[in-house]
Design a protein around this ligand. Structure first.
Ligand code: GTP
Ligand code: MG
Length: 281
């Protein structure tokens, strides 16, 4: 089943972003380092037009470092694109983003005027956390569920910047379906919109293909089961997700796998690599 989530507040957020864009000098587009392609909102290009843009591959602590390195090279090879990998709790690295932004400003710009930087990105990717790190205070509300920020917020900081936090927003049709699954897997779509069993099969497929060692280690398995469904069943057995009659509760087992993958308990996992399979384009 294709996952789509475009509630009214996201449409409103998009309209308000479009309205404010005229005053914006720099767009900081926050992507999830585990799924840089799927978390790159196609609406952003149309909204920012030729406003200079830095792409932040955030939550790099949760992504496979080798794959993140490939992504950074890939993005930086695209004309007019500057990309950096980033994680929270490293304020020096976060502040370097401001220096990078200054370099992207046109030479004839009045340097005494603050740079207005708008932070954009899908829900739950870490936009407000970046703002709080840059201000050194908890001014923006954060939380580990999608759609925590509900309205734009402007914050002036030292270093000649005005930062604009924005609500995370998606786009009306998450296509291909894998894109919706990846966003849901990593927490950009609320739990009541997703079917855990479906997500878990997708998670198991990805892990079996790219990170079998992490699965064997985490769930103390001697060998990899033959199918994603059998793997989920095995995880259910190991974690005591049982129903009456000794049957595995597949819903509970699915939740275990998805939540542990999402929170990094399995290790550093990337859900996509540069270049999409032809079947998905
Ligand atoms: N592991 C990890 N977690 C992070 C990182 N950055 C942010 N988070 C967590 O991700 C969750 C979402 O962060 P927010 O800053 O609220 O995300 P947001 O993009 O503002 O979300 P919305 O306002 O809902 O669009 C919080 O629990 C953060 O602590 C990071 O680099 N690594
Ligand atoms: Mg926020």
């Amino acid at each position: 089943m294709a996952i789509n989530w475009f509630p009214g507040h996201m449409n409103k957020a998009r309209r308000e972003i479009a309205k404010a864009m005229g005053q914006v000098n720099l767009v900081i587009e926050v992507l999830d380092a585990r799924l840089p392609h799927s978390s790159e909102n196609p609406l952003v290009v149309g909204l920012r037009k030729d406003t200079p843009c830095i792409k932040i591959l955030n939550k790099k602590d949760l992504a496979d470092p080798n794959v993140t390195g490939q992504w950074i090279n890939w993005f930086n090879a695209q004309p007019g694109t500057v990309a950096v990998a980033h994680e929270r709790l490293q304020p020096k690295a976060t502040k370097r983003i401001l220096g990078l932004g200054r370099k992207l400003m046109p030479a004839d710009r009045n340097a005494s005027k603050p740079i207005v930087a708008m932070i954009l990105g899908v829900p739950n990717v870490g936009k407000s956390t970046i703002i709080n790190t840059l201000t050194g205070r908890t001014l923006a509300k954060t939380g580990n569920i999608p759609a925590v920020t509900r309205r734009q917020q402007r914050i002036e900081i030292k270093g000649g910047y005005i930062l604009m936090d924005t609500p995370g927003f998606l786009w009306p049709r998450l296509d291909p379906p894998e894109c919706g699954l990846r966003l849901a897997m990593m927490g950009s779509i609320p739990d009541n919109v997703v079917v855990y069993e479906e997500l878990a099969v997708f998670a198991a497929q990805t892990l079996m293909a790219h990170y079998p060692h992490l699965v064997l280690e985490r769930y103390k398995l001697k060998e990899m089961p033959e199918t994603p469904e059998l793997l989920i069943e095995k995880i259910g057995e190991k974690r005591g997700c049982m129903r009456k009659g000794g049957i595995v509760d597949m819903q509970k087992a699915s939740e275990v796998l998805v939540k542990e993958l999402r929170s990094g308990k399995l290790g550093q996992v990337s859900l996509e690599r540069p270049g999409r399979p032809a079947s998905e384009i």
